[in-house]
Design a protein. Structure first.
Length: 272
């Protein structure tokens, strides 16, 4: 019996001596080959950077903090338009800076930048060649939206436009000329250009805002437009008018854009 045990042990030792390393340790994993690279956000995620377009509406762009973690994820796009003499880039358009004008200021080095789930594109206009009533070229803005949708992870059904003063003019014009691209507008601090045809936005999301003390906003005209829109046959209950009772005059736009319900509205509109 003792000899049989010794013989069995000898056979076992010979078997293991002939086995390769991989055969001996079935639990060992080649971590160098099997381990996947850690997924990280894009370098531009969570901050505002320059998008150079060869001088033709160079833009400041904000990408959400998790941008790049999921290449299949699509984000809403907010087009942020500054007013006359506003800016988002330095004078030679090589760096973000300027006056940080428009909605993009809300996600520019702020706590909101870590949670806002939308891409913000803020083009910059050199005001020396424009006047207040013709600051923005609608065809160029359309081209900007189209290019941004191809360049970034944009949900094409969720694109909104917000702007103040001269930016409000462009936003209202886009509600008429760019319904094929955008899902809603939020114009602020300027007259109601849509008063010429209020029913043109009876089934289109519009949130207008301004100050009662702002002569360019023309509160009574906006209230009249609101009544007309609400009486249109196809009114879809998507027209909002916010009149702030303050003494800011033609200013205080940031207070409106800082509201959480405003921020949610901009990213939640869906184009039919």
């Amino acid at each position: 019996m003792k000899c049989a045990n010794i013989f069995a042990l000898s056979l076992s030792l010979l078997f293991y001596a002939g086995c390769g390393k991989d055969e001996l340790d079935f639990s060992e994993t080649d971590t160098d080959n099997d381990q996947r690279e850690e997924t990280r956000p894009a370098p531009e995620a969570g901050r505002v950077t320059v998008w150079s377009r060869s001088g033709d509406y160079d833009s400041a762009v904000f990408l959400p903090a998790d941008y790049g973690l999921d290449v299949n994820k699509r984000y809403p796009l907010v087009l942020s338009l500054h007013g006359f003499n506003g800016s988002v880039l330095n004078t030679d358009h090589t760096q973000v800076g300027g006056e940080r004008s428009g909605f993009i200021k809300q996600v520019w080095d702020t706590p909101l930048a870590q949670s806002f789930q939308g891409i913000v594109v803020a083009p910059d206009v050199f005001n020396g060649e424009n006047n207040e009533n013709s600051l923005w070229d609608i065809d160029k803005l359309r081209g900007l939206i189209t290019e941004a949708s191809a360049r970034y992870q944009v949900d094409p059904q969720r694109i909104t436009v917000t702007g103040y003063s001269a930016g409000s003019i462009a936003a209202q014009q886009m509600a008429v000329r760019s319904r094929d691209l955008i899902a809603g507008i939020m114009p602020g601090a300027f007259d109601a250009l849509i008063k010429e045809d209020p029913c043109s936005v009876d089934n289109f999301p519009v949130w207008s805002f301004g100050n009662s003390s702002d002569p360019l906003f023309q509160v009574q005209i906006w209230r009249g437009v609101q009544e007309q829109v609400e009486s249109c046959a196809n009114y879809s209950r998507e027209f909002i008018l916010t009149v702030n009772e303050n003494f800011c005059g033609h200013g205080c736009w940031d207070e409106h854009w800082a509201r959480s319900d405003v921020q949610a509205w901009l990213v939640n509109q869906v184009r039919d």
